[in-house]
Write a protein that binds this ligand. Structure first.
Ligand SMILES: O=P(O)(O)O[C@@H]1[C@@H](OP(=O)(O)O)[C@H](OP(=O)(O)O)[C@H](O)[C@H](OP(=O)(O)O)[C@H]1OP(=O)(O)O
Ligand SMILES: Nc1ncnc2c1ncn2[C@@H]1O[C@H](COP(=O)(O)OP(=O)(O)O)[C@@H](O)[C@H]1O
Ligand SMILES: [Mg+2]
Ligand SMILES: [Mg+2]
Length: 374
């Protein structure tokens, strides 16, 4: 069968080699091709302005030089879509501004479910860290120390769970100290692709028994607990190992997540991101957003080829997905997912997500929890 006649679209992608290897799979190239979309690698060794023509530039590259190249390309090609805007992405490179947007979301309120962010403070001064009085800052042990900068480097994922004062002195600012919230060892990862939303469960840090705090050593280092290392990625059991199918943890109400996703998408001006959510076991139906990532590992999402291709198609044919959102009641469902839902159940995933209508939002917005700066 030949390809359909008519207009073809060129999507240029600029990705680091690891990202390219995971995201640009042959299955994605083929599904896109069938929809008249050609995925074309942007050569990072050459000026962007000399490449193309593209209808859309998809990118996850950091740094001033790349921003300059994008700006130059946009100035000469004003109709080309840049997904996403470097300024909008920038907000996610700092763990304070990243979560600030969650506290500013303006969504319909209801009594049954609420969301917010954990209490957190930024510490900039290395000399101040050992002297910190957590109680005065409204925090108590245990806390998680996270690098303030979230720029995709291995360093930016290196965290420690700090149990007591002694653990504080080892920390290297600039950091964020965030209240550790017991959440039953399960994290919800909510993937957003334009209007599409998908929630999966993953393993997380186990709960900490506060009564044992005194007997624990001062801190514990960790990195990307909900993800896999490179060796694990090569194994067949890839999805099984990562997705948590404990059969007992229910995912948060989908209409609730959809409202947060839509609010975030609009507030941040981003199309491609995911956010990590935990359920505060002390309170029950209270959910905390702890992390937002630009252009995450979509290839781990079932049917990602179709979801992403549908997204490219929509933005290329519309120019602006947000125009459509105004009248949007439910969520999009990928063409692949419509079929798959009938045939199989996705391990660790909500069966109905990505498709559910949400007439009444059960959201309750909490008061702003502005971080204190030290
Ligand atoms: O590598 P992957 O596929 O695990 O994706 C990473 C994401 O994993 P997730 O999809 O949330 O499970 C990962 O999410 P977490 O930070 O682990 O929550 C990041 O988005 C990471 O990007 P960066 O290092 O922050 O720039 C993502 O890494 P890049 O692929 O963008 O380098
Ligand atoms: N406030 C918190 N309370 C409990 N666990 C947390 C909290 N913040 C992070 N975690 C755990 O630490 C992991 C890494 O934190 P996260 O902020 O998502 O950083 P990263 O950007 O490296 O993914 C999370 O996936 C979760 O398991
Ligand atoms: Mg995370
Ligand atoms: Mg992150």
């Amino acid at each position: 069968m030949g390809e359909p006649m008519g207009r073809r679209f060129a999507v240029g992608y600029a990705l680091a080699s690891k990202k390219q290897a995971s995201f640009i799979q042959i299955s994605l190239i083929n599904v896109a091709k069938e929809k008249s979309i050609d995925l074309i690698k942007i050569d990072l060794e050459k000026p962007l302005i000399e490449q193309g023509p593209f209808d859309l530039v998809l990118h996850k590259i950091y740094g001033a030089e790349w921003r300059k190249q994008l700006a130059e390309y946009s100035a000469v090609n004003p109709n080309v879509l840049i997904i996403d805007s470097p300024d909008a992405i920038e907000r996610l490179h700092n763990r304070i501004s990243m979560l600030q947007v969650v506290t500013e979301l303006n969504v319909v309120q209801c009594d049954t479910v609420s969301f917010g962010i954990p209490k957190q403070i930024a510490v900039y001064d290395a000399r101040a860290v050992g002297e910190l009085n957590l109680e005065r800052e409204g925090l108590k042990f245990p806390v998680i120390a996270k690098p303030l900068v979230a720029d995709g480097s291995a360093k930016s994922h290196k965290m420690s769970l700090v149990y007591n004062r002694d653990g504080l002195s080892k920390l290297k600012p600039p950091i964020v100290l965030q209240e550790f919230v017991n959440h039953g060892g399960v994290i919800f990862k909510v993937y957003v692709v334009g209007e599409y939303v998908k929630c999966v469960k993953r393993k997380s840090l186990p709960d900490v028994n506060e009564e044992n705090l005194g007997s624990l050593k001062c801190s514990m280092s960790f990195s990307q607990v909900s993800n896999l290392n490179n060796m694990e990625r090569c194994q067949d059991t890839y999805y099984k190992m990562m997705d948590l199918d404990d059969g007992k943890t229910e995912i948060p109400p989908m209409n609730f997540l959809v409202d947060i996703a839509r609010g975030l998408r609009r507030a941040m001006g981003l199309h491609l991101f995911n956010f990590d959510v935990i359920r505060d076991t002390r309170i029950g139906n209270r959910y905390l957003v702890i992390d937002i990532n630009y252009f995450p590992g979509y290839a781990k999402m079932p049917c990602y080829e179709h979801v992403l291709t549908d997204f490219f198609w929509d933005v290329l044919n519309d120019g602006n997905t947000d125009k459509k959102d105004v009248n949007l009641d439910g969520l999009k469902q990928s063409s692949c997912e419509q079929e798959v839902r009938m045939l199989v159940s996705n391990a660790g995933c909500d069966e109905d997500n990505g498709a559910s209508k949400h007439p009444m939002s059960p959201l309750k917005r909490e008061e702003n929890e502005n971080p204190i700066q030290v």
